[in-house]
Design a binder for this molecule. Sequence first.
Ligand code: OXD
Length: 310
Amino acid sequence: MKHKLLIYHKDAKLYGEILSKKLPELEICSASRPEEVLNFIEEAEIIFSWKIPDDLLKRAKSLVWFAAMGAGNEHLVNNPHLPEAVIFTKTTVYGEMMAEYVFAYLLYFLRDLPKYFRDQSKKVWGQARPERLRGKTMGILGLGWIGKEIAKRAKAFGMHVIGLKRNPAPMENVDQVFGPGDLKKMIPLVDYLVMVLPLTPDTIHFLGEEELGLFKEGATLLNIGRGKTIDERALVQTLKKGKIKAILDVFEEEPLPKESELWNLENVIITPHVSGINIPEEICEGFIRNYEKWTKGKPLTNLVDRGRGY
Ligand code: OXD
């Protein structure tokens, strides 16, 4: 008998095409709307999805493995329709892409690209002396598999890299690892602070008014993890003072409401949650590796730790 996989996603057909070629032994239902799964959901043994409505999840009576397409799955961790007995995995392919996002923006400003774009449009030949990444201090909040990719590239650029981790221990490419209790010591040291924290009860508003006040003049805050890890009201107030800049890919509410003051601040760059975009081929590779383990009864990788919340 074929194992039954439900792919539930707006691009489900695309994922379905990739997986049906690589895993022809699976019976696959690729759906992007609830009505498309009604005849399948109760028999689905595996669900491969990012967000699936509770009404569907609770009907998945044969479910043994929920393979999340997302990295942060806070919306599912305590979901009563996803009981402990169901294997729960996440997707960990986004690190390189998110690191590319970070350095795209850092270099864009450091190498004065906006000035050269403006100059070119006016046929102006005006050389400016660039700043260097070398020697600058990058702080990374969250040294998991995404933070590690950022640290590796920061080191390659000659930066001094410091980071904060739940359980601090020496790490490759990180010059100093702090624990959560050292946050206030760490913030004044950084030129750039990159936040890649998962959202858990411990990380909500991890940066509040007090912490935001500790940055050195001219520092840049980048949040590519979860919006709720920063108190956005306090962030707006801090940014209005003009002491720091922010590059924000995630927000307390998404899409960022039109009335948010963040849109109007000149020291803020806003992107719409795109630092780690889904590339179906890459996401499917991880699924296939785990599927092969699953069929052999071997332990899966990238398990979500429900206790920790990610
Ligand atoms: C994720 C995301 O996968 O933010 O966690 O897209």
